[in-house]
Design a protein around this ligand. Structure first.
Ligand code: NOJ
Length: 565
């Protein structure tokens, strides 16, 4: 694969509402991001991706856009946006915008027009159908629970919403919709956007016959993903967006995709096809739940994570590019989920970075993970805000499950776990806001916060800075093949990356136990690249490493120093 600039960069994801509040209204805003740009630049990332901040009634955290062309006043103004982009560029970073193209808000003017009159040209911007047998057009379930169809009495029709009912799906079969999207993307480019994260983009094409599907247990609705995810015709849309917008304007893309098989993944991201630059396999981390139900958790078992990672590494090597992530605004905090936040918080937070970010792909760092933030551990159900969590909660209570059960579940699994405000200081409201934050801050902000960590060379933040600096330009990391070792081991996550003579090995003890590991013979004489506990306990004679609880080490041998090699 020929080298592209984005293959050697790291991305920082901001969820603006929870990042930093500059004006004391309790809500993170664009000026708040501007104030923290030096913090982000010092971390050593190359690009900032922000979740949406466009006009939205906020039914789904801003992923329900009511106007793509206006900044939501709670976040600031268009001038703030311009200043933000200029501030990012002046620090040598780039800006990636989240583009939500599968659906709009029901408060978007297109949808309001669509509802007003069946003859309106906007009616065909969305997917309306007549009911069948006195009910919905099909038994498709919404991803956020309940039916994927909503009845509109004035039209005697239903509209499709794969997500919340306030997120009607756009009809990409209508060429006018595609034209509108292209126009929006081009206008943003003129504003200085350098790339797009394309939200739920593999759902654009739906089987127009909307067949009924097997219902889920205890429900009349069923998951219909086979009828809307990754349908072959979607390639036409990707190609067109690529040719008419992305390539033409030098924009990079990362596509949020789920339910992908190997062939489809390669079909999307193989550079020779010219569709998408990189994939963000959304369901990669669904390894501690039953199927697609995030509120049916199963204990985390390391081999499942290793196999999922190994699979994606091999599928994409030489066939495309991957986003590497351990968390985002849709997930609980990685440290609470995969690490040991009680006994080894700092060590295990660093280990997660070491385990993930020497793989092949672009590191995506979710705000706060670089500080080792944990789930906020709320004490009351009233503290949760997210639509997915609240829908699941009301379904659960309706089924007679207890509030205690749901408090525990939401504290472990909900998206709110990852969107609690960033802990900046040990002061009031964790330094996030001088007013009352829209969501309660994490209870441990006095111990885990940016101000303390910036001063501590041994903090999680300092480790991230070191890792990102060290990683840059390493040939084995950019180009090398990934080979996982000890795939069935319940505690050790180990992989090698090789390119020409350079060999890198990342060794991670995901357990509170001491473990012995013998370094492979061909790594004899390798140099330490980074570790989370200082000098490793290593016997060069026997090549034996004695790993302490949650110890993470990366070695490198025959490091290539010529950038052109
Ligand atoms: C994926 C986004 O990451 C998520 O937050 C959102 O709810 C859905 N897409 C729908 O836009």
């Amino acid at each position: 694969m020929s080298h592209k600039y984005w293959q050697d960069m790291a991305v920082y994801q901001i969820y603006p509402k929870s990042f930093y509040d500059s004006n004391g209204d309790g809500i993170g805003d664009l000026r708040g991001i501007i104030e923290k740009l030096d913090y982000i630049a010092e971390l050593g990332v190359d690009m900032i991706w922000s979740s949406p901040f466009f006009l939205s009634p906020w039914a789904d955290g801003g992923y329900d856009v009511a106007d793509y062309r206006s900044i939501d006043p709670q976040f600031g103004t268009m001038e703030d946006f311009d200043e933000l982009i200029a501030g990012i560029h002046s620090r040598g970073m780039k800006f990636m915008m989240d583009f939500v193209g599968n659906h709009t808000s029901d408060e978007h003017v297109w949808f309001m027009e669509a509802l007003s009159d069946r003859q309106s040209p906007y009616h065909d911007y969305y997917i309306f159908r007549k009911g069948r047998n006195g009910g919905e057009p099909s038994n498709w379930a919404s991803i956020f629970g309940g039916s994927a169809w909503e009845y509109v009495p004035s039209l005697d029709e239903y509209y499709l919403h794969l997500f919340a009912k306030k997120q009607p799906d756009l009809n990409w079969e209508n060429p006018r919709v595609v034209k509108e999207v292209i126009d929006i993307l081009e206008k943003k480019k003129k504003k200085g956007v350098d790339g797009y994260r394309l939200d739920a983009i593999n759902y654009l094409y739906k089987d127009p016959s909307f067949p009924d599907v097997e219902p889920m247990e205890g429900s009349r609705y069923g998951f219909a993903t086979e009828h809307y995810a990754n349908k072959p015709r979607i390639h036409d849309h990707f190609k067109r967006l690529h040719d008419e917008v992305m390539e033409k304007h030098g924009l990079t893309t990362v596509a949020e995709v789920a339910y992908l098989d190997e062939e489809t993944a390669r079909g999307y991201a193989d550079p020779s096809r010219g569709e998408l630059d990189a994939l963000y396999p959304f369901d990669l981390l669904n390894i501690d739940q039953e199927g697609y139900d995030k509120f049916a958790p199963v204990p985390f078992e390391l081999p499942r994570l290793k196999k999922a990672l190994a699979h994606w590494q091999s599928v994409m090597h030489d066939h495309g590019w991957l986003a590497l992530f351990i968390g985002n605004h849709d997930q609980p905090r990685a440290l609470s989920r995969f690490g040991d936040e009680k006994s080894y918080p700092s060590r295990s937070a660093k280990l997660l970075a070491n385990a993930m970010y020497f793989l092949q792909g672009t590191p995506y760092i979710y705000q706060g993970d670089e500080l080792g933030m944990t789930n906020p551990h709320y004490s009351s159900l009233d503290q949760f805000r997210d639509v997915e969590a609240l829908n699941a909660l009301s379904d659960g209570l309706r089924r007679g499950e207890s509030s205690e059960h749901w408090l525990d579940l939401l504290n472990r699994r909900s998206r709110d776990c990852g969107t609690a405000p960033i802990s900046w200081t040990d002061g009031e409201n964790a330094g996030f806001s001088s007013g009352k934050p829209w969501m309660d801050v994490c209870s441990n902000y006095r111990e885990i916060n940016a101000e303390i960590e910036e001063k501590d060379p041994d903090s999680v933040l300092s480790f991230y800075k070191r890792l990102l600096r060290i990683r840059k330009g390493l040939h084995s990391v950019i180009y090398g093949e990934t080979v996982f070792l000890e795939l069935e081991d319940p505690d050790l996550l180990i992989y090698e990356r090789r390119y020409k003579n350079e060999i890198l090995i990342s060794i991670n003890n995901f357990s509170g136990k001491e473990r012995i590991y013998r370094l492979p013979d061909d790594l004899c004489g390798a140099d330490l690249l980074i570790s989370n506990l200082g000098e490793p306990r290593f016997d060069p004679g026997s090549q034996m490493l004695s790993l302490r609880p949650w110890e993470a080490i990366t070695f490198i041998k025959n490091k290539i120093t010529d950038p052109n090699e």
